[in-house]
Design a protein around this ligand. Structure first.
Ligand code: AMO
Length: 448
């Protein structure tokens, strides 16, 4: 008999079906046992005798043949998509026995500390509310790809071992590369720029690595960036492009994950036809006027500034997005184009979504000599960037781009408290799968 998925049972009343899945929960009522069976489409209630149920427990893998029956009206479960039917088991076969679980997976929301959920990640990822987070993440990826393609970008895959540190700073993982030093990429930046002369417009979904020195709720040591790079575009066209991709992606998630967003209690994002744009200094002035807190001499927006300017964007422009431009040149990476009108500030932008930086980018320096001078002025050695510089030597058009953080996008869409909830297997300075403190010291490990 072919397998029937739980979601298909509602159309098969009166038929005998074969279901395959995991025991999600077990409820014993005297001689009758109710099993909620879980498969990739959801849950379905199965009724069986105590003999048929035997010692079944949560996460056991079972094959069940049974009759699909309509439930009497007063027993319909409105919280379950299959709540109008149930299965009367005829035959129950245990395929794999699960060990006893460390916690009750039957709760609607797992009321556990985040470290416990992460220590038991392959279990917590099976829980419907947590697996929903990654269905939203899949929709973010899909929405981004659709939007980038609509812009005419070609998808590229770039290396994650790099000859140089792209974003500067100390937050770089060094690797011993056949006795030479190389780095895990902090960004696909240099490679996406190198591909502009081939395709003009490219996008990539890339792993990035940053040895973040502190534990925060919005930084990971390994994360995923959604990047575009666009040739022959000026600063305004670049902002139009990033706002298009950002809002198109959110709309794609809203349209495709309506059920999940409502289960998480998330109101639709406010996206006006024109997303407000402010220079960083203008944003600081507005914040000073609204709060009395003077950050007008700071070289960057503080996290609380990003929250306040979002509140302003909602109140004044009915927007959950706000684009902030013209950050101080010295605060941005070496490839950022200084504003020709006032080189102290740069043709750069961040996109703030719901009070957190979701995206960064800029127009780039596309002239070879200017780029070389910018590198040297920051103490970078051009010899470390030989391949990158080659692309500029042979004619790089005016260009720029931007980058969204995938986990931040997911976190902000679902209004999660911690970015680790939006990463299937989060890495930070305390964890690689398991807590680093639980690992033996390298020399004590067998064979090392
Ligand atoms: P930036 O360093 O600002 O810019 O990164 C772009 C976006 O990536 C996300 N992000 C992170 N998410 C989680 N953990 C981290 N450690 C982390 N670091 C960055 C954020 C951020 O807005 N090359 C430039 C982009 C460009 O100019 O095109 C860059 O990497 O959402």
């Amino acid at each position: 008999m072919d397998r029937t998925l739980s979601s298909e049972t509602t159309h098969k009343i009166g038929e005998t079906v074969l279901l395959k899945g995991w025991v999600n929960t077990r409820r014993d009522h005297g001689k009758i046992v109710f099993i909620d069976l879980r498969d990739r489409t959801g849950l379905i209630q199965v009724v069986m005798t105590g003999d048929q149920a035997g010692s079944l427990r949560p996460e056991d893998v079972v094959y069940i043949t049974g009759l699909v029956k309509a439930r009497p009206e007063k027993l319909v479960n409105p919280r379950l998509a299959t709540g109008a039917v149930e299965i009367e088991a005829q035959n129950v076969t245990l395929i794999e026995k699960a060990a006893e679980l460390p916690f009750d997976m039957g709760q609607q929301v797992l009321e556990l500390q985040l470290p416990t959920l992460l220590d038991n990640r392959t279990l917590s990822l099976r829980h419907p509310r947590i697996s929903d987070i990654f269905l939203v993440q899949a929709a973010v990826l899909e929405g981004f790809r659709l939007a980038a393609r609509e812009l005419g970008c070609i998808e590229i895959v770039v290396p994650t071992i790099s000859a140089s540190a792209t974003e500067g700073g100390a937050e770089v993982f060094k690797v011993n590369y056949y006795g030479h030093s190389a780095f895990l990429t902090q960004s696909p930046q240099l490679y996406k720029q190198m591909l502009v002369p081939s395709y003009e417009r490219v996008y990539t979904i890339a792993h990035i690595y940053r040895s973040e020195p502190s534990v925060t709720t919005r930084h990971l040591s390994e994360s995923t960036q959604l990047d575009c790079e666009i040739g022959y575009a000026d600063f305004t066209e670049l902002m139009d492009a990033l706002e298009f991709v950002g809002s198109r992606t959110v709309k794609h998630v809203t349209e495709n994950c309506a059920g999940i967003l409502s289960r998480f209690g998330i109101a639709p994002a406010w996206i006006p036809p024109q997303i407000p744009r402010l220079k960083m200094r203008e944003a600081q002035e507005i914040i000073k006027q609204r709060t009395g807190v003077d950050h007008t001499l700071e070289k960057d927006l503080m996290p609380e500034d990003e929250k306040e300017i979002w509140r302003w964007a909602r109140e004044v422009h009915h927007s959950d997005f706000v684009t902030i431009t013209h950050y101080p040149t010295q605060k941005r990476a070496f490839y950022t184009m200084p504003d020709p009108q006032n080189p102290e500030y740069s043709l750069s932008y961040d996109l703030i979504f719901r009070g957190v930086e979701l995206l960064s980018g800029s127009q780039r320096i596309n002239n070879y000599d200017q780029l070389l001078a910018a590198m040297k002025s920051r103490g970078l050695n051009p010899d470390d960037f030989v391949m990158y510089l080659q692309a500029f030597k042979y004619g790089m058009p005016p260009e720029g781009g931007f980058s969204f953080g995938l986990e931040r996008f997911t976190m902000l869409i679902l209004e999660l408290a911690n970015i680790r909830e939006a990463s299937m297997f989060p890495r930070d300075m305390e964890r690689v799968d398991v807590r680093l403190s639980a690992l033996k010291k390298p020399r004590q490990r067998a064979g090392v």
